[in-house]
Design a protein around this ligand. Structure first.
Ligand code: NAP
Length: 262
């Protein structure tokens, strides 16, 4: 149905774990060259080794996307290794919880610097190469948390995820003449190592609140990211796609309770 993406080069930030690893796997499976980015190079190299032989060529770099130096090193290493950057999946993100009453400036800045500043720096560093590509694709990993919903402890996180969508809309306008599209996947609760750390009670409560009664998989998100990267999605830009098993739909807990009544 879709034209092949084989041979295109994709950078996936935050690809050593979770959603990013799932995105890297999916792009590798369709024959893309994939640069796996994370701060911990050993984790990234382990993923690169795991994905070898799944299709495209894989490499890894240790880089902190919240710094200009890290983002620049990531783009330069990708160009040196693969000779192009066609697709950027700006996925790296953190979600430490802190309630407003006790949130420190450092905690706020750490989340914003990784999630929002890291998005800006990653896009900026890759922009010259994406322009050369002529069919550049930027895919941000936002969230439902912030743009649509809220959760206690995540005011800084929600602001960073909503901020990514604000960034996306203007970037999409500015980059349209260069043939670059900018879109976002907006996951609900996805089962990852990061989410696993929230504990079994949190996971069970989330499953109970989702109409499909399951957490999403990293493949659910990776498939949406892959679609945004295709030639067939060339006319879609500045859009967010919610992938959440219906999580944002119930207007009250009663809507979920009603599902169980025959
Ligand atoms: P995760 O399992 O904790 O993985 C996070 C990844 O980001 C790791 O590879 C981590 O590696 C990397 N990373 C963190 N800070 C970085 C930095 N400054 N520079 C480079 N890499 C960095 O997280 P996840 O659950 O997959 O989440 C990935 C994205 O999806 C995030 O943007 C998150 O907001 C979003 N999201 C997740 C969910 C969910 O349910 N899991 C829902 C909605 C949105 P290092 O620590 O080695 O750097």
């Amino acid at each position: 149905m879709f034209k092949s993406l084989a041979g295109r080069t994709v950078i996936v930030t935050g690809a050593s774990k979770g959603i990013g690893k799932g995105i890297a796997r999916r792009f590798a499976e369709v024959g893309c060259n994939v640069m796996v980015v994370s701060r911990n190079i050993a984790d990234g190299e382990a993923v690169a080794a795991e994905l070898q032989g799944h299709g495209g060529k894989i490499a890894a770099i240790g880089a902190d996307v919240s710094t200009p130096e890290g983002a620049k090193a990531m783009a330069e290493a990708t160009l040196a290794h693969f000779g192009a950057i066609d697709i950027l999946c700006a996925n790296a993100g953190i979600f430490p919880a802190a309630k407003l009453a006790s949130m420190t400036v450092e905690e706020f800045d750490h989340v914003m610097n990784t999630n929002l500043r890291g998005t800006f720096l990653s896009v900026s560093a890759c922009l010259p190469a994406l322009k050369v590509s002529g069919r550049g694709r930027i895919i941000l990993t936002s969230s439902i948390t912030g743009p649509i919903t809220g959760f206690p402890g995540w005011s800084h996180y929600g602001a960073s995820k909503a901020g990514q969508l604000g960034f996306m809309r203007t970037a999409a306008i500015e980059l349209a003449p260069s043939g670059i599209t900018v879109n976002a996947v907006m996951p609900g609760n996805i089962f990852t190592e990061g989410l696993e750390g929230m504990g079994p009670e949190y996971i069970a409560s989330m499953e109970a609140s989702i109409p499909q009664r399951r957490l999403g998989s990293v493949a659910d998100i990776a498939n949406a990211a892959l679609f945004f990267a295709t030639d067939e999605a060339a006319y879609i830009t500045g859009q967010g796609m919610v992938i959440d098993g219906g999580q944002i739909l119930p207007e009250s807990p009663a809507a979920i309770a009603e599902m169980d009544i025959a």
